[in-house]
Design a binder for this molecule. Structure first.
Ligand code: ADP
Ligand code: ZN
Ligand code: ZN
Length: 754
């Protein structure tokens, strides 16, 4: 690939020449924390070539860094920070990379996310740039084909004849392949290039993506499905920002409906669409459905996509060749050339909130992206978040509702099992009622899913003799027993150790006992009770890769398993026609130690897992094991009146000015020295803004008071909705100098309070 490099030379004065007072300069944003936008000098005769968005290489602290030419403050870029270096002190841009310039809507998006989350713009830009290798030339491979010419005076040999014969179909091939087919050595092929009989050409190793076929017809939609699809299609056709909430019960055909919006967008030449899904929902089932509808696979983007494929995808998105991208939250930062439609599927899913690095909520930022790209966006869910429901109620989003399941499928019947009156036998976790239901399902040849959102064998290991509990050496968390792997693991830092034979404290032998159930322990119980049933465990420990996931999902769908035991991974949009029984082993689990959204989240999770049952002709049954069946969440599930439950949640949040009726900002302080962390927190508390409609609490030890050996304290800022929290927080934090080694992280709109 060509790359234009500049030599300032002796005859053209430029930056770093003390004689020159002023000259052309550009602002360059680098994907590096804490640097912001830096000024660089430009050779005079090239000044006009640096349009904003150009990807450039610049010198930075003795090495070469890749950055993007950024807009001036007048053009919408961030304000100039600090003092402007004199021109003579600037260093010059080294090269412009031969890539499509980053477009204005993405540059504004990066600025927006940076300002909103109070992150430096550098780390936000980094989410939009692939690793530097991907920015360099695409590797090519030498191919050969015949020229068809018959130059005079070329000496023909049997070996050369054989090569020409292989190439007679006109298809370019690489030398080793030709040599193998022709039974000659590679050098014969190369020697032919010099004669003019054969032509060499470099072909990119990145194959072009096949284009979706928009002439294929989708299924015949029901009345309510077509009404929703038409509303979306019309807005896609018109263009412009238009946000929708697609609120439809599980199995109502939301995917089919937003596929219609996709199909409409793809009819416009060069238009691109983005579908965001929770990473673990990116399954082969979704991809197969897409392929059935559009004839080709979409471009997939998530954390497991390898380097070479990332390069290929990133470049194809930038060039416009990739028409449909389905990805996890980070796909939001891809450099689309012509983004025409966005869907966020399972918009309520907590995994859209990124909890490290730049702490952003992909659903909220997707709305901003759509606004800047001026395109419609659909938020789809069977259990919309309260934030989204309020946006729809207040008229900011157009609400489309699907009330019926497709075909004859009906929503499963839900029942609570009161564990106080129907307790399981000691050391077991399934109540007699649920056991009988599983027996019945097995006898009928139908499938059962047991849901327990706890990985491993047991959440706690305790010594019977002295009461010692095995904790992580560097976190305030118990180690979780993983019996399949014969180890104890910390789910916060990943620390693992073998299961000890004796108590580490009192040294008693055979005194350690596992407390509470995890999916592995449930597996043990199920195997013991139903030894002939084919049972499997579905968690992130057993489904480490997309292919392992695909394999297990395929086994369930094709009826090769009778009982599936899983964590939240099983709640994600799978379609299992023969699954009729769902047992929720601990419906109270998500409610304990609840934060702001515990009720909402538990409700959503239960509805999603229940939605796996009875998706085809056979009706489904769902049993919720609970020690508190009178809890509003359980009652809402039983009555099926989710609207009333969410209305009550909304009312409670409004009363307390909680999001979305007020604002929260988490401030997390951490560091190796507890006193320094606490002192910094106290200094912050002393300078806390005193303003109407603003309350600051803390510092208090975080529920996860220690992670990876670092002590953690939290502060929480709670404001009225109209307060500009970013400005407030920024000015507050700038007024305090943290103690050495103390990190301060700001979490705007926090979802985790740990
Ligand atoms: P949701 O996304 O709302 O859970 P899906 O789009 O997955 O629902 O639809 C559930 C099932 O019903 C899928 O197998 C889907 O292909 C099928 N389906 C939905 N609508 C139709 C339709 N109009 N015609 C044929 N099949 C449909
Ligand atoms: Zn002990
Ligand atoms: Zn740990």
């Amino acid at each position: 690939m060509k790359q234009r490099t500049f030599d300032l030379g002796d005859n053209e004065p430029g930056p770093r020449d003390p004689q020159v007072q002023e000259g052309p300069r550009v602002r360059v944003l680098l994907p590096v924390p804490a640097l912001g936008v830096l000024d660089y000098g430009v050779p005079k005769h090239l000044a006009g070539e640096f349009e904003p968005g150009a990807v450039v290489e610049v010198p930075l602290a003795g090495r070469t860094a890749t950055g993007v030419v950024w807009d001036s403050a007048e053009d919408g870029g961030p304000a100039e920070s600090g003092k402007k270096l004199p021109y003579a002190k600037l260093r010059a841009v080294e090269a412009v990379l031969d890539l499509p310039p980053m477009r204005r809507d993405l540059r504004r998006f990066i600025d927006w996310v940076s300002a909103y989350t109070l992150s430096a713009p550098g780390p936000v830009l980094r989410m939009s740039l692939p690793a530097s290798a991907a920015l360099q030339a695409v590797p090519v491979k030498r191919h050969y084909r015949t020229t068809g010419a018959t130059p005079e005076g070329v000496r023909m040999t049997p070996a050369r004849d054989a090569v020409l014969k292989v190439l007679s179909d006109g298809k370019p091939r690489m030398a080793p392949e030709i040599a193998a087919l022709a039974g000659v050595s590679d050098s014969v092929v190369r020697s032919l290039e010099k004669t003019g009989l054969v032509q060499g050409m470099d072909i990119s190793v990145d194959l072009p993506y096949p284009q979706p076929d928009t002439s294929l017809e989708g299924p015949t939609l029901s009345g309510e499905q077509s009404a929703a699809a038409r509303a979306i299609r019309d807005k896609v056709w018109e263009g412009g920002f238009a946000p929708f909430l697609l609120d439809g019960i599980t199995g109502s055909g939301k995917t089919e409906v937003y596929f219609e919006g996709l199909a409409e967008a793809l009819k416009t030449k060069g238009a691109q669409v983005l579908v965001l899904v929770p990473e673990i929902a990116l399954t082969s089932q979704w991809l197969d459905r897409f392929e059935a509808r559009f004839g080709v696979a979409p471009v997939v983007w998530h954390s497991e996509v390898g380097q070479a494929e990332r390069r290929r995808a990133w470049r194809a998105v930038a060039s416009g060749e990739a028409r449909v991208v389905v990805g996890a939250r980070s796909a939001l930062f891809l450099p689309f050339k012509h983004l025409a439609f966005i869907t966020v599927d399972e918009e309520h899913d907590p995994s859209f909130k990124q909890e490290e690095g730049v702490m952003y909520h992909a659903r909220d930022m997707a709305i901003v992206r759509a606004k800047l790209a001026e395109c419609p966006i659909v938020l789809a869910s069977a259990t919309p978040s309260l934030e989204t429901l309020v946006n729809a109620d207040e008229g900011r989003f157009e609400k489309l509702v699907l009330r019926e399941r497709h075909g004859n499928a009906v929503l499963p019947e839900m029942r609570a099992i009161d564990m106080r009156s129907e307790p399981p036998d000691a050391g077991t976790w399934l109540s007699p009622i649920l056991v009988r239901e599983i027996e019945a399902a097995l006898a009928a040849g139908e499938q059962t899913m047991l849901f327990l959102n706890r990985r491993g064998y047991a959440p706690l290991t305790l010594c019977r003799t002295c009461g010692f509990r095995i904790e992580c050496p560097s976190c305030s968390a118990w180690l979780v027993e993983h019996r399949f792997r014969r180890e104890l693991q910390c789910h916060h830092c990943g620390h693992v150790e073998p299961i000890p034979g004796a108590c580490p404290e009192c040294k008693s032998e055979e005194s350690l006992v596992a407390c509470g159930p995890g999916v592995e322990r449930l597996f043990e119980e199920v195997n013991h009770r139903f030894p002939t049933a084919r049972t499997s465990v579905m968690t992130s420990d057993t489904m480490m890769s997309p292919s392992a996931t695909a394999q297990m999902v395929g086994q369930i769908a094709s009826g090769h398993l009778d009982i599936v035991i899983g964590t939240q991974i099983v709640t994600k949009g799978y379609h299992f026609p023969n699954l009729t029984l769902v047992g929720v082993v601990d419906a109270d689990l998500g409610l304990r130690g609840g934060d702001l959204r515990a009720g909402e989240r538990t409700y959503q999770q239960m509805v999603q897992v229940a939605g796996r049952a009875g998706r085809a002709e056979k009706p489904g049954r769902v049993f919720l094991q609970s020690y508190e069946p009178e809890h509003p969440v359980v009652q809402a599930l039983l009555s099926g009146d989710g609207d009333a439950f969410m209305a009550a949640e909304k009312e409670a949040r409004a009363r307390h000015h909680m999001p979305p009726f007020g604002r929260l900002v988490g401030v997390i302080l951490s560091g190796p020295d507890m006193k320094d962390v606490l002192d910094t927190g106290r200094m912050l508390a002393a300078k806390a803004p005193i303003e109407h409609g603003v309350a600051v609490v803390g510092p208090a030890p975080a529920p996860m008071a220690r992670v990876r050996g670092h002590h953690r304290f939290r502060m929480l800022v709670h404001t009225k909705k109209e307060v500009r929290v970013q400005k407030l927080i920024y000015e507050w934090l700038m007024a305090v100098k943290p103690k050495k080694g103390v990190r301060i992280k700001v979490d705007i709109d926090p979802y985790s309070f740990m």
